[in-house]
Design a protein around this ligand. Structure first.
Ligand code: T46
Length: 137
């Protein structure tokens, strides 16, 4: 599994009434979507995430406001700022991610490849590093 995060750009359709973006499964989203959840009302200064997944793939879209997504994978790390409703971030499997700097109006929509399963989470950072190293990274 390629654990390098990837920015996805969604086409914007709009007219005088405003904007509309669409994420078609299998076309714009590289997995079958089994679950959608959204995060909002997180105070600026509060961080969320701080985990990786064993197998789960997800696309994160900040449909309102902005949020920074700090990612670590292999021997790399990068912070992606999501501040446009037409931009998604694809995360696959063993990629440590932390969501930081939520704006007060931030709504983070997440499309996921599978149902919620706590056993798929790697919440311990040292365990993540061990698994990451075992992959030969
Ligand atoms: C992720 C980032 C981007 C459920 O019961 N079902 C669900 O589908 C989800 C997503 C969460 N929960 C429960 C588990 C916890 O008791 O909701 C509570 C909060 O979840 P968590 O602390 O994992 O939330 P975040 O914001 O740290 O992480 C979430 C997702 O859980 C995670 O998969 O990648 O957003």
């Amino acid at each position: 599994m390629n654990t390098t995060p990837k920015i996805l750009q969604f086409d914007i359709m709009g007219d005088e009434r405003g904007w509309l973006c669409v994420a078609n499964g299998a076309k714009q989203i590289p997995f079958d979507i089994k679950r959608v959840y959204w995060i909002y009302g997180t105070e600026p200064g509060v961080a969320r995430g701080k985990h990786a997944h064993h197998k789960l793939s997800q696309v994160l879209v900040c449909v309102s406001g902005s949020v920074d997504i700090y990612c670590e994978w292999g021997d790399k790390s990068e912070t992606f700022t999501l501040s446009n409703a037409n931009t998604g971030l694809l995360l696959n499997g063993l990629c440590w991610h932390e969501m930081r700097n939520f704006s007060p109006d931030a709504v983070l929509l997440v499309m996921a490849s599978d149902y919620y399963d706590e056993s798929d989470y790697v919440r311990d950072y040292n365990e993540f590093k061990r698994l990451n190293n075992d992959k030969g990274c």
